[in-house]
Each structure stands twice: as C-alpha cells, then as structure tokens.
Design a binder for this molecule. Structure first.
Ligand code: SF4
Ligand code: SF4
Length: 493
C-alpha cells in the first residue's frame, strides 16, 4: 500500500514501569509492541466508537452466542461441532465423520484451506477483524471489561503508573478475577467442543479422582486463555497465528484491506483554526490532520498510515476514529476505509471487480460441493458379500438361494435398526436370526438369505440391488451378485 513517510508516534509504556522513548520511523524493522531493547511495549488502545464498532459489536454478540451455545446445539441428536481427536471422531454441522470418511475429511480440509485462500485474496483479513474468536473475545469481551473497570486508555495508563494503593489492588483483583472466570468458561467451551458436553459434565459432576486428565486439561485451558487475554493479547496475532504471516503472499493490488488513502491524506499536517480545506489544498496539504486518533485506538499499536502491515487485524477501529475526525472537520468520511490499492491509486470507490466475483463464486461453489456431499452422504455404510465357501442352493420348489454376509457400519451416535429389502429383481430376502440393530458408531454383522425364482435369474450371475432402510428411511442401495447355474448347464439338466 502507500509508502508515506512515517514519523515519531505517541509513546506507550509497559503496564508498570517508566515510559520508554521509542523511535517509530523504522517501523518495518521492528515491532510496534517492542522497544529498541526488545522489551514488551504495552498497548493501551483508546475505546473505539463508531458505525463499524457498532456493527462489529452486533456481529460479535451473534458469534459469541453461537460459540457458547454450540456444544449444546443438537442436529439429529448430534452436536453442532465436535472435534474429538482422541477418539478420532468428528462431527460437523451434526454430521458424523468416521475414519472411514477419509475422502470427505480430506475434502473438508481442502475446502477449508481453499476457502481461506480465496477469501483472503478477495477480502483480505475480514475474518480476523469480524469473526476470529481471538479478536472477538479480546476486543468485545475482555477489553470491554477492562474499559469498564479501569477506564479508557489515559486512565489505564495512569493506573499502571500509580502506586499500589488499595484502590488499585481492588481494581486489578476485580479485573483479573473476572478474566480468570471468563477464561474458565472459554476453556470449558473449548473442552466441550473436543470431548462433548456429556463427558464434560461427567468430569464436573463425578468423583474428581476418576477424571484427573480431564481436570488437568480444564485447568490448562483456563490458564492458557487467561494468559492470552490478560497478558499475551495482540502478540497471539503477531507471533502465533500463521494466518497473518501467510496473508502477505495472498494479497494483491485488488484485495480489499483496511487502508489509508494516502493520495487524499498526504501531505499530513495539523489542522489550524480557521483553516479551510481550500486553504489546506492551496498549501499542498491533505486531509490527514496528523491527530494520531487512528493510532491511539489500534489494538496492535500500529500506524495504518504506514501502509498494510502484518500486525493489522482489520478491526476497523482506526476507520471509526478517523471518520469521527473527518466529521468534526466537515470533511468526507473514509480517509481510512475498506479499499484496494488500485481503488486508492485510481481514486475509485470500492467496486466489485470481476476477480472478486470470480473468487466469491468459486468459494460458494466449494462450499456448495461440500454441503452436497455432507448432506447426501448415508448414515450407514453397508457391504453385502456372498458368505465365504458357499455356492447357490436349489430349493424343493425349484427356486435358487444364495447366502450373504452383511456388514453395516452405523455412522450416527444413535442405535440404528436396519431393514434390508431386495429391490431388483423380484425375490425374497430373509435376515437369518434376529433383526439387525446396529449400536451407535459400531459395526454389525448378519447372515442374509436371498431366494430368486428361475424366471428372474440370468445365466451365471444375476445383479442384485438391495435397499438399506432404517425406520422407513432409505439409507443406501447396495449392489451385489447372485450366483446361479449357467443356461447351458440348466438345459443339460
Ligand atoms: S485519524 Fe485520520 S486524520 Fe487523524 S492521523 Fe489518523 S488518518 Fe490522519
Ligand atoms: S490498523 Fe486499524 S484495522 Fe488494523 S489493527 Fe490497527 S486499528 Fe485495527
């Protein structure tokens, strides 16, 4: 994006300690959150306000509701999402994936990664700013609690520098107590997605000695999330998350990003009283009044006027901050906005390019294929093979019979009564022994006898179509063959 010359920014201090002078001019050479000695520079972003923040707040409420309710939501009796790596059992949108679903699992991963690539190439890091659980929880939950207890950035800074008075201790204890409690809830929610709510409730309600591993993970997840949201914060996006790093390989001049319009904004200079936009333009000045409002709200501590940077999580806070400044100055909003480099260079407003349409169609097509495969797959996997070492039998009434071994894998989490019907050709199918009921997530094996009249049989082998039903619903059609005498042998007889 633009290469406008940066300048020294407002100095930030670590939570408790003296203010460190930092020269930001070489912003590409070091992190905004580290001082020249490599020590953490604590970010105190100002509370963002504006239309984008309001929209993100609404979206985050919806996402948080889905995230926390997710483990309890059931589709056909299955959880919305379960990623049980220990038992190699995965449920997505109520659909159970077993190790036998290798192809579908591989396709799911392919769609996921393709989706990320296509989405990022078209829309930049929209995911990070609007839907990433890290950003949503950090900015919409933990940060808001911090603002409520410690106040906005100036008060937080003052509190950090203040001596440890009872008031400061009380505020810190309250904040960290709530952070720890919330981290416990977030950690348990993650655990519910990994092992399921039933197992989680068993850990909570059973004798603790029987669930030492589960309780250990509960504590570890709580500490992990507490560490991330209380201390690590934006560092998780900068250092840990690979998405921000490989994003730079996916962006091009048409990708939509949070961008500073340097053509309109430069040359930046403070606004002077009574100065009109015409007078500024005549003096060769742009709309940026160098107020640093966009920098002061940034949760990753960067100056978006330096151009697209890896640390930018596209949270839109700088867009709202700058819009507020433009409103006060009577200038059009959007000095910082969603835009592509081409959009800014050519002065065009955001437009839907053919590439964007193509990527969106591709992404929707991928999702469509995945949904079609997932929602049309069978709940059961059935194989019907002739019983080992058997040939056909001729019955006293002249009909022929073949004995088969049927194996049915129940891919659901419920017991599955199974009924087999011979669909082609006409004949009789009898399950030997008791009716087939496959326990949840297990394989059942039964013997089945098929009897055909000579009139429907072909010479040698006759193809069979057998329908697999459960509670009146057809799950599958299985092909197999029926062995009988060849015509020439029949004639000789
Ligand atoms: S908020 Fe807008 S006007 Fe102020 S420094 Fe940032 S870009 Fe310039
Ligand atoms: S530069 Fe703007 S959009 Fe990017 S992280 Fe900072 S405030 Fe958010």
């Amino acid at each position: 994006m633009n290469r406008a010359s940066p300048k020294t920014q407002s100095v930030r201090s670590p939570p408790e300690g003296p203010i460190q002078p930092v020269d930001w001019r070489d912003f590409r050479d070091h992190l905004a959150t580290a001082d020249p000695e490599g020590r953490r520079v604590w970010i105190y972003p100002r509370k963002p306000r504006g239309r984008y923040t309001r929209a993100r707040t609404l979206v985050s409420w919806l996402l948080l509701a889905i995230m926390f309710a997710g483990p309890f939501i059931r589709i056909n009796g299955n959880p919305l999402l379960l990623l049980n790596f220990i038992e190699r059992k995965f449920i997505i949108l109520g659909q159970v994936f077993w190790p036998q679903d290798m192809i579908l699992s591989a396709l799911t991963l392919l769609v996921f990664f393709m989706g990320i690539i296509v989405f990022t190439a078209a829309f930049g890091r929209l995911w990070c700013g609007w839907t990433c659980p890290q950003t949503v929880l950090m900015e919409m939950v933990f940060r808001k609690i911090e603002y409520a207890i410690e106040g906005d950035a100036p008060e937080q800074r003052a509190l950090a520098r203040a001596p440890w008075t009872p008031r400061k201790i009380a505020k810190k204890l309250l904040k960290h107590g709530i952070f720890f409690g919330l981290s416990f809830i977030v950690g348990n929610t993650l655990l519910a997605y990994l092992i399921g709510t039933e197992q989680l409730f068993a850990i909570v309600t059973d004798d603790p000695r029987r669930h030492l591993t589960g309780l250990t993970f509960m504590l570890l997840f709580t500490l992990l999330f507490y560490g991330i949201f209380a201390r690590f914060r934006e560092q998780a996006c900068t250092f840990i998350c690979p998405y921000g790093r490989f994003m730079s390989t996916l962006l091009d001049e048409n990708t939509i990003v949070v961008a500073y319009d340097h053509k309109r904004g430069e040359k930046r200079a403070p606004w002077r009283r009574q100065q009109t936009p015409e007078a500024r333009r005549a003096a060769g000045l742009g709309d940026c009044v160098d107020c640093h409002q966009c920098v002061s709200v940034c949760p990753t501590g960067i100056d978006i006027r330096n151009g697209t940077q890896m640390e930018c999580v596209h949270c839109t806070a700088c867009m709202d901050a700058c819009d507020a400044v433009m409103d006060k100055l009577g200038r059009p909003r959007g000095l910082i906005r969603y835009a592509s480099l081409n959009g800014i260079e050519r002065g065009e407003r955001l437009r839907i390019t053919p590439r964007l349409v193509g990527y969106t169609v591709l992404l929707l097509a991928l999702i469509g294929v995945w949904c079609a495969l997932v929602f049309t797959r069978s709940d059961a996997q059935t194989t019907i093979l002739r019983a080992k070492g058997t040939l056909f039998q001729q019955m006293p009434d002249g009909r022929f019979s073949n004995l088969y071994t049927v194996r049915v894998l129940n891919k659901t989490t419920r017991p599955m009564p199974v009924e087999l019907r011979l669909e082609k050709p006409d004949g009789q199918l009898r399950v030997m022994g008791e009716a087939i009921v496959v326990p949840p997530a297990q394989l059942a094996e039964n013997a089945v006898l098929v009897e055909l009249d000579r009139s429907v049989m072909r010479s040698g082998t006759t193809p069979l179509l057998i329908g697999v039903y459960s509670q009146g619903r057809k799950l599958q059609t299985v092909k197999t063959t029926f062995i009988g005498p060849r015509n020439d042998v029949r004639k000789r007889k």
